[in-house]
Design a protein around this ligand. Structure first.
Ligand SMILES: [Zn+2]
Ligand SMILES: [Zn+2]
Length: 647
């Protein structure tokens, strides 16, 4: 018995401290705070451990009440839904045996052994309906500690070899069962209070999965599903998923003939097709111009470097074994590596002549193609490849110039975001872990200076930031940019990184005002990250409807019949003179078909020419997404076009 007057002190996330009778539950605390919270609370995090909302709290504790809005609340909701899926399966497929049923990033799965009973997409609806039917019973998830012997006896009786296998690895005294309705599972929890919270259900996928991930074991059926506390939220999620599929850069890249992969060339090595190359070159030129204005000097370096270069840089020791292996030559003493990064080459450019403090900062930029070995299973479209081009630059500067250089790079990154329509962005400042000062290269003084330089630069530029301690590399602090795309997905883009390591390893120097030798600071930066990854994100962000200045084909001239071909060709040459790019559709097709095809290919402007246009030296303009803009003179069209490009 707990004495009435025994109290515990509960500290809530806002720092407030409240007293509750010992043995109060998360639900008691929620009820005290508000009725709304009590209705929505899913689990409680007590001193860092997530537990059922109905478990008593017996000591002073930090308590966070988790709802659907917390990632851990969602995970608890989804894992609890896996139990509901299991209950539904057991009632529909008697004798089914169960493996594991964890929450995943979105939703959950359960690995089950259906003992040869077929299961496919056609069965999804039946299972979903059963889950909803069971959920409506609002059955509580009831926790029960079990002795190992009793637990084994239960699953032997039930005949579930997978649970028995799991039990083998568990120590007596740590085992719990959870029961909701007619279904009992071996589980350490936690779970939501009852199944009634689950209002919307969708089975997503079915796949094979070996028990314990070992292909020597039996292959089970993995059923993926997702649940929500409101039907509307599920509908929104499914809509976004459909939209994401439509925008998948691998699909659009193929349809719009931007890039391709060839097994013969090799996995993860993209081939840029003419239209994709045009898009990419325009992006490169855009950045090249901006960099020229910002004082960068463009350089070009080879795709390989001697192994010794990477021994000096430290890359060989760190990544050598997991990289593309050295390239041999007829000379047995020579070995080369495909370059995994451009920095070592740029350090050698720095060293081609003595540098003085007055020469700094030196900003060397290169669209440098690099090669990194990725396992074939990790490859994904343009976002995970084995060869890619970084919009790379290295800034060699004095320690007192770090802040200024960061401000300038932030300007450049924001210019990129603005020009390409990414309005929702944020940045992460990654600093040292103050507990582990020994693991970092460079003096404390330099680190402190650089860290405060980054923090101040980000603040002065008004960047929304989060700061993460311990996320810095061993060689320097950094600033990473994240954007949210049109579908609300987060992507990591460019990065700015301070480096104290390579200048040491390459013994870079400059002569200071004091006539002494000093070591420069090196800053790595890439606003796009890589051309491949950036273009993938841009395709998904715009659904292939690129801004006019980037569109591979900006116009399609569509003659109504072959009688107007000459006029169409003249018009095309005339527009090319104004740097307007596209094509004339000379196919023997009806005009409606030509317009439809141009729309499908996401050509921004369709210029239709027939008898009237040819006679008057004009063109009829149709803008994708806006419809007919009427007939206009060539001059007026060129003016409107150029105004839109300049926006
Ligand atoms: Zn569970
Ligand atoms: Zn670098």
């Amino acid at each position: 018995m707990i004495a009435q007057d025994e109290q515990i002190r509960v500290t809530l996330p806002d720092g407030s401290v409240r007293q509750y009778p010992k043995g109060s539950t998360g639900l008691d605390i929620a009820t005290q705070i508000s009725e709304g919270l009590a209705r929505n609370v899913l689990a409680a995090k007590v001193n860092g451990v997530i537990q059922d909302i109905t478990r008593p709290i017996d000591t002073d504790a930090n308590v966070q009440l988790l709802t659907w809005n917390d990632a851990e609340g969602k995970a608890t909701f989804w894992h609890s839904s896996a139990h509901l899926l299991a209950e539904a399966l057991e009632s529909l497929y008697p004798g089914v045996q169960f493996g594991i049923g964890p929450a995943v990033e979105t939703g959950f799965y359960y690995d089950v052994d259906l003992n040869g009973q077929p299961f496919s997409q056609e069965d999804f609806k039946k299972v979903e309906d059963k889950m909803i039917e069971l959920a409506r019973r609002k059955e509580s998830y009831i926790r029960k500690p079990m002795s190992k012997a009793d637990a084994i006896a239960y699953f032997e009786e039930k005949g579930d070899p997978y649970k028995l296998d799991l039990l083998e690895g568990l120590a007596d005294g740590t085992i719990t069962f959870y029961t909701q309705g007619n279904f009992t599972d071996l589980c350490r929890g936690p779970h939501i209070p009852n199944t009634g919270f689950i209002k919307a259900v969708k089975l997503m996928n079915v796949a094979g999965a070996y028990w314990r991930g070992n292909e020597k074991n039996k292959q089970l059926t993995r059923i993926y599903a997702v649940t929500y506390p409101k039907q509307k939220e599920l509908d929104d999620y499914l809509f976004l998923l459909e939209e994401a599929k439509k925008r998948d850069h691998r699909k659009l890249g193929k349809e719009l003939e931007l890039f391709a992969f060839s097994e013969k060339v090799g996995a993860g090595l993209p081939l840029w097709l003419p239209k994709g190359t045009m898009l990419r070159e325009r992006l490169e030129n855009f950045l090249r111009r901006a960099q020229l204005r910002a004082g960068y000097l463009q350089v070009v370096t080879p795709h390989i470097g001697s192994k010794q270069l990477y021994v000096t840089s430290g890359h060989w020791d760190k990544y050598g074994e997991d990289s593309f292996q050295p390239i041999k030559t007829p000379d047995p003493n020579e070995e080369f590596l495909l370059k995994p990064m451009n920095c070592p080459h740029h350090c050698e450019i720095y060293k081609t002549k003595p540098r003085s403090y007055r020469d700094l900062p030196l900003r060397l930029a290169e669209f440098g193609t690099v090669y990194r070995y990725e396992q074939s299973g990790e490859l994904h479209g343009l976002t995970r490849v084995r060869g890619f081009t970084q919009d790379d630059a290295h800034i060699f500067c004095r320690p007192d110039q770090v802040k200024d250089e960061f401000m300038k790079v932030i300007d450049l990154v924001l210019l990129v975001f603005r020009s390409l329509g990414f309005s929702d962005y944020s940045a992460q400042i990654s600093l040292r872990d103050p507990q582990k000062e020994g693991k970092y290269i460079g003096s404390d003084e330099l680190w402190e200076k650089a860290e405060s330089a980054i923090i101040e630069a980000a603040a002065e530029k008004g960047l929304p930031t989060v700061t993460e301690l311990g996320e810095a590399a061993f060689y320097g602090p950094k600033l990473d940019f994240m954007v949210r795309d049109a579908l609300g997905r987060k992507w990591q883009l460019g990065t700015i990184q301070v480096d104290y390591n390579l200048p040491n390893r390459f013994e870079l120097e400059y002569i200071g005002a004091d006539n002494q030798k000093h070591r420069p600071v090196m800053i790595h930066r890439a606003p796009f990250g890589s051309m491949e990854r950036f273009i993938a994100i841009l395709i998904e962000q715009t659904a292939g409807n690129f801004p006019l200045w980037l569109s591979p084909d900006q116009i399609a001239i569509l003659p109504i019949s072959e009688k107007y071909e000459d006029y169409a060709n003249d018009l095309f040459f005339n527009l090319q003179e104004h740097d307007i790019r596209g094509f004339v559709d000379l196919r023997d097709e009806k005009i409606g078909r030509k317009i439809r095809d141009a729309e499908v290919n996401k050509v921004p402007y369709m210029l239709i020419v027939g008898e009237k246009e040819a006679a008057e030296g004009k063109l009829s303009v149709r803008r994708k997404g806006q419809g007919d803009l009427g007939m206009m003179s060539v001059d007026d069209f060129v003016k409107a076009f150029q105004a839109e490009v300049k926006m």
